[in-house]
Design a protein around this ligand. Structure first.
Ligand SMILES: Cc1ncc(COP(=O)(O)O)c(C=O)c1O
Length: 392
């Protein structure tokens, strides 16, 4: 990876000076330009008043929609701002109507919160969750998915990249099956955005959720929802408000035409603006460049972990990303996480809620997770492996 300008990436990331941050699947270190945009906006609000700043900086705030549309290859009118991926996913999911017996097909990488929402609708409305098995590589089994699609199927849910491992699911191949069967396809791209190129036209998903703080390097409390225009026209939010549906009179309203029918009026405007800046920043590096750099670093980490006595790398999938998970026979994951934190290295442990179906199907000891971004260096990877070697 000689062409990647690591020095620039690190120069523009102030947090790199302080620590070794391998918790990018939790929340990345934002680049200075994103942090400054956030702080400057808050300062502007402090000095001039929130409503006044919002009116004056309207164009900058609106830029978020254009930036997100460029990131995902869609129209700005198909984008809604959300305060998290969970809010975005839930807004989409609860807008879909299901009759008793309606089936939701779901891959084993699905995020815990989404499963809870599905289970609520199992209890309340009698829908059925149908688990799509993994193939031999651990990714969603496309042939099984195709066999499971029938007249009862009302939704296909897929998590492209789970937070609990390196797997990258074949989102576009699932999109082809969903489209040819005419079934809505809800893609959780939370860990994929900012890490991999994600093109909704190429993938063929109808709905997509993402978060700002992970690989996009945006602020916390930000996220987005994409809704394909053809579905948007038929999709009414489960909850309405006077931003989503402006009042025509005291007794009448009209639903907005665009995806912002899934928003409310109040939000972190500073966060929205800074997420737009973060998306521009990622696009300026280029998502192909970013994913190649992350892939290179993660492969290097897996290669160096493999020969360590007692260490097992747990990542599944044919294609693997920057989320590296492993366990060590000698010490539990939580203890290792604390030990590394004491040495200035941030890693995470993987909770059951990261991907409960997969954790039940493939039980393993609690996992340690090192999630890498392009601003991490080869020396940092060696430092992590060195600390493990010395302390196991
Ligand atoms: C795959 C996946 N989906 C959804 C979420 C939820 O994102 P948020 O915390 O922004 O709601 C996460 C968070 O870790 C995730 O990893």
């Amino acid at each position: 990876m000689t062409t990647f300008d690591l020095a620039r990436a690190r120069r523009e990331t102030r947090g790199c000076e302080e620590l070794i941050h391998f918790n990018n699947a939790g929340a990345s270190l934002p680049p200075a330009t994103v942090a400054d945009a956030l702080h400057d906006y808050l300062r502007d609000e402090e000095l001039h008043g929130g409503y006044e700043v919002m009116a004056r900086r309207e164009a900058e705030l609106a830029h978020f929609y254009t930036a997100a549309a460029r990131l995902l290859n869609c129209s700005p009118t198909e984008i809604a701002f959300a305060e998290s991926a969970t809010r975005a996913w839930n807004a989409a999911f609860y807008a879909l109507d299901f009759r008793p017996g309606a089936r939701i097909l779901v891959g084993s990488a699905e995020y815990g919160s989404s499963l809870v929402a599905m289970l609520q609708r199992v209890r309340r409305e009698g829908v059925e969750i149908v688990e799509v098995p993994d193939d031999a590589h651990g990714q969603v089994d496309l042939a099984a998915l195709e066999r499971l699609i029938d007249e009862r199927t009302r939704l296909i849910c897929l998590t492209q990249v789970p937070s609990g491992g390196g797997l990258v699911n074949p989102a576009a191949a699932v999109g082809q099956l969903a489209r040819s069967a005419g079934i809505p396809y809800l893609l959780d791209a939370c860990q994929a955005l900012g890490q991999l190129p994600v093109d909704v036209a190429g993938i063929g998903c109808d709905l997509l959720c993402g978060t700002g703080r992970k690989f996009l390097r945006g602020p916390r409390g930000t996220g987005l929802l994409y809704i394909r225009q053809s579905l948007l026209e038929r999709l009414e939010p489960h909850e309405l408000n006077h931003f989503a549906a402006p009042m025509l009179s005291a007794r009448d309203y009209r639903l907005r035409d665009d995806a912002r029918r899934f928003e409310t009026w109040e939000r972190s405007y500073a966060g929205q603006l800074a997420l737009g800046v973060a998306i521009d920043y990622a696009l300026a590096w280029g998502l192909e460049t970013i994913s190649a750099r992350i892939g290179h670093l993660a492969a290097e980490l897996r290669r160096q972990l493999a020969p360590l006595d007692g260490v097992t790398v747990a990542d599944r999938g044919l294609l693997q990303c920057g989320i590296v998970t492993f366990h060590a026979r000698q010490r539990p994951a939580l203890e290792l996480q604390r030990l590394l934190a004491d040495r200035g290295i941030n890693v995470a442990t993987v909770p059951f809620s990261a991907n409960p179906l997969s954790s039940e199907q493939h039980p393993h000891p609690p996992l340690l997770r090192a999630s890498l971004h392009y601003y991490n260096s080869e020396e940092e990877v060696e430092r992590l492996v060195g600390e493990l070697r010395e302390n196991l």
